[in-house]
Design a binder for this molecule. Structure first.
Ligand code: 5GP
Length: 193
């Protein structure tokens, strides 16, 4: 395993805070303040893990995925598309849409991507900050499917293994790479695999 990932795990152990029973806050380097030099190491690591894969678009979801996806994209030399969250009910035929149940708020929202930016022939890598139950990932899969594009794989900074979204995605044959896998947050203790 790369040194970068040791760096990430150290950072999670040092700065991560457990909220409630199942939420990890990493606001000091990922979700609010952003350590872009760490992001660059993460980008290199994803490039290594998806070496040999043809990828021409990176897809993420606003807002928390955008920063990391932009840095990762520099190593893949391709654009980033962020799916927009929207409350608009009747959206014209110019967009692909999917519903996502929000992990942090429990609400259901729509995500959209304009048809002009995604279509058949595109080879897509999803990049996101967290993988929990996998609902955001499934929403992205739906958009990729509607576009007739190909989902090459998914890369997450942090996967919470005790929430099983990752198991489900891997069982479907999706190439999922998570850089730090959290076994448990029980008793406010961060256990990393
Ligand atoms: P999922 O859709 O896989 O259940 O949840 C993934 C999304 O919820 C991520 O895009 C992330 O924004 C948010 N999320 C899930 N779990 C956590 C967590 O423990 N901490 C933070 N900061 N965000 C989370």
């Amino acid at each position: 395993m790369g040194q970068a990932m040791e760096l990430l795990k150290e950072r999670i152990r040092r700065d991560g805070k457990v909220k409630g029973t199942d939420v990890l806050k990493v606001d000091s380097f990922l979700n609010h303040q952003m350590d872009v030099e760490l992001f660059a190491e993460i980008g290199k690591e994803f490039k290594r893990r998806f070496a040999g894969c043809e990828i021409n678009k990176i897809l993420t979801i606003e807002a928390s995925g955008i920063g990391i996806a932009c840095v990762v994209a520099q190593y893949f030399h391709c654009p980033v598309i962020f799916a927009k969250k929207t409350q608009t009910k009747n959206i014209a035929g110019e967009v692909y849409t999917a519903k996502v149940e929000s992990f942090t708020h429990g609400r259901v929202y729509d995500i959209i991507v304009a048809k002009e930016f995604l279509g058949p022939g595109d080879k897509v890598l999803l990049i996101d900050d967290f993988l929990a139950n996998g609902n955001a990932a499934k929403g992205i899969m739906e958009l990729v499917k509607q576009a007739g594009a190909e989902l090459v794989g998914m890369g997450f900074i942090i996967e919470k293994a005790f929430q099983h979204g990752g198991d489900e995605l891997r069982e479907q044959g999706i190439h999922v790479e998570s850089l730090a896998i959290i076994e448990s947050l029980d008793n406010c203790e961060i256990k990393i695999r």
